[in-house]
Design a binder for this molecule. Structure first.
Ligand SMILES: C[S@@+](CC[C@H](N)C(=O)[O-])C[C@H]1O[C@@H](n2cnc3c(N)ncnc32)[C@H](O)[C@@H]1O
Length: 288
């Protein structure tokens, strides 16, 4: 930093010093990593920064260092902080045209396989997984499919396993289902209970839910399809590359990769290894 002294820098950054903020964020993320093994050091900086300030306010603190102190000495605070880094927003048949493209352009290939393994990485509360099960059921191939659905967030996985969702969401999900090319009556797939709607057990029978961290855990099978949608958007470029390596290694020959509409396989070391199935809907086939 040339001749600029620490005190010059303090003056340049009036209010909350930007450099200091970065130091404190790095310390916080490093501290969490060393203390409990959760590695958020390569999440997208601006998004993680917003989450951290939100927690500083919610914990009624004024500095990031104070948040680190509290998180290290108060397990509940640590849990709240970690939970706040995982954004679980999802819906059934999210981006309906993605599912339509999957049905029209991927399912015909899957129909030729004797058995199918699908990995939903970052499945959140499971709505995407039940959507896939319904689609495969309508196409007559669910019985030969095993769906592995993973997430870092154990409380989201609990909801996913239960398969119970708010009744109020069904109007939107029915509309998504129809736009996604659904061929049946959406309400036939669930029953209304006191707690919400429960999806039938014939949909969940071939699902396995497990905690898996894309940053620190390795591959656990070879898959015909990997869907990881709206997860990589929260990672920085280096981490995106690392996770794309994991997906590449975990896909068999001609395996299908589906990512979110704001995500990309460009600049990942592997863009040359995939053929585009649908550019618009971010579906790719491993060819090399
Ligand atoms: C916005 S949701 C996406 C859910 C679903 N795939 C969809 O598109 O609707 C992002 C999910 O990624 C999960 N996630 C974040 N970091 C992760 C990591 N390192 N390993 C596994 N899952 C992670 C979050 O817990 C969250 O449930």
């Amino acid at each position: 930093m040339d001749n600029e002294t620490f005190f010059d820098r303090k003056i340049r950054h009036a209010g909350y010093d930007e450099v200091l903020e970065k130091i404190e964020i790095n310390l916080l993320l490093q501290g969490i990593y060393e203390w409990c093994g959760y590695d958020f050091r390569n999440y997208a900086y601006n998004s993680i920064r917003r989450r951290i300030w939100h927690r500083v306010d919610a914990e009624k603190l004024t500095t990031i260092s104070a948040l680190l102190n509290k998180a290290l000495h108060n397990p509940d605070c640590l849990q709240r902080l970690i939970a706040s880094f995982s954004i679980n927003v999802t819906e059934m048949f999210r981006d309906p045209l993605f599912f339509k493209a999957f049905r029209e352009q991927v399912v015909p290939m899957l129909k030729t396989y004797p058995s199918i393994r699908i990995w939903h990485a970052g499945c959140a509360t499971g709505e995407e997984v039940y959507s896939m099960a319904i689609l495969l059921h309508e196409e007559g191939i669910y019985d030969k499919t095993k769906i592995y659905a993973t997430d870092i967030n154990s409380s989201a996985l609990k909801t996913a396993k239960a398969g119970i969702y708010p009744l109020e969401s069904m109007k939107k999900y029915t509309s998504n289902y129809l736009r996604a090319g659904g061929e049946g009556v959406f309400s036939d797939y669930y029953t209304v209970t006191d707690n919400g709607v429960k999806f039938h057990s014939y949909l969940s029978k071939n699902m396995v839910f497990a905690q898996h961290n894309l940053v620190t855990d390795s591959s656990f099978n070879e898959f015909h399809v990997i869907l990881c949608r709206n997860v990589l958007i929260y990672f920085n470029k280096d981490l995106q590359k690392k996770v794309h390596n994991l997906f590449y290694e975990s896909l068999g020959a001609f395996g299908i990769l589906g990512i979110g509409d704001k995500e990309t396989i460009m600049q990942t070391d592997h863009d040359q290894h995939y053929e585009i199935i649908s550019k618009q809907h971010k579906l790719y086939k491993k060819v090399k």
